[in-house]
Design a protein around this ligand. Structure first.
Ligand SMILES: NC(=O)c1ccc[n+]([C@@H]2O[C@H](COP(=O)([O-])OP(=O)(O)OC[C@H]3O[C@@H](n4cnc5c(N)ncnc54)[C@H](O)[C@@H]3O)[C@@H](O)[C@H]2O)c1
Length: 263
């Protein structure tokens, strides 16, 4: 029987983390490096990626970064076209953004960009990953949001829709490809302190948007643990799901939200 430490170890594994330049993605990169993985970090933000790589470099020397705009399928295709050998075995689709806009002002362009960044990016990344690893299988961890299950912010409706799509994508892939050796699960974070959520909070204060501030207050009141979470607290659950400790977990939507969804 393998020990718990062996089951959690990522030694010998090659892991892609998207959105690794900041927030939850950077924390994931650090956790996976600490567990022994070789990392391929993707983001649109080159400076942030360099910073993450420097931090990861203290734990593991096996890290590569690549600037990719995941909202553009052509760039996703270009990224995958480089792989002939040494295919990554684990894909963490974390990149995302929180574009705020009043529902009645959402237009086709805004909706399209939101869906591209938050939903289509993961769909295409999964397709390329599965297509190239169809003989070997692999592990996918997607990232949804509590907004997909209990929408809370009125100005995030396209975002909520995109993250609901991530839940559907995960379950559909888990069902379709489980017997072919792919484990696919999804994290459902909420109230994690990251640059992205900091920007949301600052926007509410800057706009002196009382409704948005009230929403923030009610949101915080639903956190059963009574506090916001750290990016590393999401990264630890991602590591568990990606590891062999979770070998019988399939199609699961795992909240990491301080009890928000249960309140
Ligand atoms: N922080 C939370 O409380 C929370 C809650 C629910 C869901 N999430 C989800 O977790 C994930 C990470 O969120 P975060 O809070 O760390 O956000 P963040 O804004 O702090 O970091 C997101 C990262 O994604 C990258 N990114 C954005 N658009 C990209 C694109 N087109 N191509 C490549 N990279 C791109 C950004 O550059 C950034 O490095 C997102 O999918 C988000 O929707 C976070």
């Amino acid at each position: 029987m393998r020990t718990s430490a062996q089951l959690l170890s990522m030694k010998g594994r090659r892991v892609i983390v998207t959105g690794a330049a900041a927030g939850i993605g950077r924390a994931m990169a650090l956790r996976f490096a600490e567990a022994g993985a070789e990392l391929l970090l993707l983001d649109i933000d080159e400076a942030g990626l360099t910073q993450t790589a420097a931090e990861v470099g203290r734990l593991s020397s096996r890290v590569t970064t690549q600037v990719v705009d995941l909202a553009r399928k052509t760039q996703i295709d270009a990224f995958w076209s480089h792989f002939e050998v040494d295919l990554p075995d684990t894909l963490i689709n974390n990149a995302g953004s929180y574009p705020l806009r009043t529902y009645l002002e959402v237009d086709a362009r805004f909706l399209e960009q939101t869906l591209r960044v938050n939903l289509e990016s993961a769909l295409w990344m999964c397709q390329d990953f599965i297509a190239r690893r169809k003989e070997q299988g692999g592990v996918i961890v997607n990232v949804s949001s509590v907004e997909a299950v209990v929408p809370f912010m009125d100005d995030l409706i396209p975002y909520s829709v995109s993250k609901a799509g991530i839940l559907a994508l995960t379950r559909a892939l888990a069902h379709a490809y489980g017997k072919r050796g792919f484990r696919v699960n999804v994290l459902v974070p909420g109230a994690i302190k990251t640059p992205g959520t900091q920007r949301l909070r600052k926007a509410a204060v800057r706009r002196l948007d009382v409704d948005l501030m009230k929403t923030g207050y009610h949101f915080a009141n639903r956190l059963a643990l009574g506090r916001w979470g750290e990016p590393d607290e999401v990264a630890c659950v991602a590591l568990f799901l990606a590891s062999d400790l979770a070998s019988y977990v399939q199609g699961a939507a795992v909240p990491v939200d301080g009890g928000f969804l249960s309140s």
